[in-house]
Ligand binder design. Sequence first.
Ligand SMILES: [Zn+2]
Length: 127
Amino acid sequence: MLPSSVLTNGKIYGIVAREINYILFTPTVGIVKHSKNISRYDSVLLNRLRIGHCRLTDSYLLSGDDSPTCQSCGIPLTVKHILVEFANLQDIREKYFTVSSLADLFDRVDNHTVIDFIKEIHFYHQL
Ligand SMILES: [Zn+2]
């Protein structure tokens, strides 16, 4: 809740408005440090995955097709499903990491490990 002192006739004034605007529209990726020896392609790929959007899961938005579904599970195909949830990839996933969420994955797992996992599951050029 905004302090009443910054609201006048329903309008927000001054520096507080700029701060609120910053909070509302700051990208969720934030400051991400990538290894110096990571490729541009991998860096872009990791950023896409970090925000949960990639070509495979979101290209339907531009093409007008139906949203993709996981052929095995019949549920919407999402970055989280591919990287964290999809049970058919569990054995391969456990070779690289064990996480409970995308945030956990990108907080705790090295970028190269995530990329190696994506390559092994053959999604590297699809995401
Ligand atoms: Zn699935």
